[in-house]
Design a protein. Structure first.
Length: 416
């Protein structure tokens, strides 16, 4: 969660942004912290750009957020099959699915190509993975994707792809007034001096009565330690003695997605006048998914675009001006000439941010969940693991992070 400075003293969501139904634990924590929510702007049509053609579509029809591409029947059949498979994945323990080995021996790309014929269905399955995981569908195992969807719910309401992709009734339904980072900022304020900033943990030594954690400028000894970050980033810490091989190797095999958020700030949310939601899907250009990030009162317009996977890596050696031009070209193609002339732009790249290493979540290629999955949560002596990757429900989301904190608090409480 990060309030991205816009250069005029204000911020917009530069990282996590939305919450939706069944994300009960982040909702409860936000309420406890007095952080209000407001609906994501969702009035009018979405934009769909494929094969050089721009079209508009309403999302209140039978297909919901799925654009009416020629391949849509093909896609719906594939989604039906996926829906049945998702029901067979135990939430929090995908490696226990009856077909775990089969599903974890192929990528989502392999499955989508064997189960669809049209380029439209294939593109829409790819953009589903890109928009939810900031990865290509060849980067992740089928089992991982099935579990991600199974986890998009709670104990009373099973997860589904619909809930992942929808704005209305889905994971993008609401935003936080002042940005979601208000939640941890206020929580940290309650904890006072116990929270140390700018003190990355460099090493964790176990032995004797517990653990010794050494961070820049502070060393702490305790009975137990909780490591609350993605497996890949936990792998930067020097553990002594070394961790069991299943955990040590898991941390080598759970890379983060590649993502940046690019925003354009305008005097007004002009797309609303044209009956557009500000939401778009595109098969080309730097940005493949957009949202309306304007403040709740719509007093100015903010368009946000995700730059995902190869598209963001392609900008590694681009100058600031080239990045801005690439982002605005996408906005222009999707929302017209006015979108090319913002008052200002800003961007947050996560894939080279030292303490995140990418986002929105750690990814598993084939073989990882079945080979190493149990090590995600299994404590290593006095070291416990939290972070959204360890959650049962809403892994990959703020809600999963909060759930993992609640689970690990119980775990440590019982161990002490
Ligand atoms: C662009 C983007 C968009 C997203 N959109 C959404 C969304 O709309 N809704 C949603 O719910 N989620 C979204 N997410 C995902 C969400 O941000 C994560 O699920 C959530 O932040 C995970 O929380 P966490 O506590 O597990 O890990 P993090 O948020 O990664 O927290 C880990 C913390 O540990 C710190 N750290 C790392 N290494 C060390 C060290 N050695 N010593 C001390 N501290 C360390 C890091 O600085 C970080 O503060 C998005 C993420 C990104 C990147």
């Amino acid at each position: 969660m990060y309030g991205l400075p816009l250069g005029d003293g204000t911020t917009a969501e530069g990282g996590a942004e939305f919450i939706g139904p069944t994300q009960d634990r982040i909702a409860a924590l936000a309420q406890d912290m007095g952080v209000a929510t407001f609906p994501t702007y969702n009035e009018g049509d979405n934009v769909y750009y494929r094969d050089g053609r721009r079209s508009l579509y309403a999302t209140d029809g039978l297909l919901g957020a799925v654009p009416p591409d020629w391949g849509v029947i093909d896609l719906e059949l594939a989604l039906l099959r996926l829906g049945g498979m998702i029901e067979d994945v135990p939430v929090g323990e995908p490696w226990k699915a009856a077909k775990a080995d089969e599903w974890d021996s192929q990528t989502f790309h392999t499955w989508s190509r064997s189960n669809s014929l049209s380029s439209g269905a294939r593109f829409l399955m790819d953009v589903f993975v890109s928009s939810t995981l900031s990865a290509r569908s060849r980067d992740v195992s089928l089992l991982y994707v099935l579990h991600y969807a199974a986890a998009a719910g709670n104990a009373g309401s099973p997860g589904s792809i619909d809930r992942l992709i929808n704005t209305k009734d889905g994971a993008q339904e609401l935003r936080f007034a002042g940005g979601p980072e208000q939640v941890p900022i206020r929580l940290a304020a309650r904890l006072g001096d116990a929270v140390r900033y700018n003190a990355p943990v460099r090493s964790i030594a176990t032995g004797g009565a517990g653990v010794t954690v050494t961070a820049d400028g502070v060393t702490v000894s305790a009975k137990r330690a909780v490591v609350a970050m993605s497996p890949a980033i936990a792998g930067k810490i020097d553990f002594s003695p070394g961790l069991p091989a299943s955990r040590a190797q898991l941390m080598q095999r759970y890379p983060m997605g590649s993502v940046a958020k690019f925003v354009g700030v305008y005097d007004t949310p002009f797309w609303r006048e044209e009956n557009l939601t500000g939401q778009a899907l595109a098969d080309s250009g730097a940005i493949d998914v957009t949202f309306d990030n304007s403040p709740p009162d719509g007093s100015r317009g903010i368009l946000m675009g995700f730059i995902n996977h190869d598209n963001v890596r392609r900008l590694d050696s681009a100058s600031e001006a080239e990045v801005r031009a690439a982002g605005l070209e996408s906005f222009g193609k999707l929302f017209g000439e006015r979108a090319k002339s913002p008052v200002r732009t800003a961007m947050m790249r996560w894939d080279n941010e030292t303490w995140s290493g990418g986002g929105p979540v750690g990814l598993a290629a084939p073989g990882v969940l079945t080979g190493f999955g149990p090590a995600l949560r299994e404590p290593c002596g006095p070291i416990h693991w939290a972070g959204t990757e360890t959650s049962d429900y809403w892994t990959g989301y703020m809600d999963g992070a909060v759930r993992s904190g609640e689970r690990v608090a119980r775990e440590v409480g019982e161990a002490l």
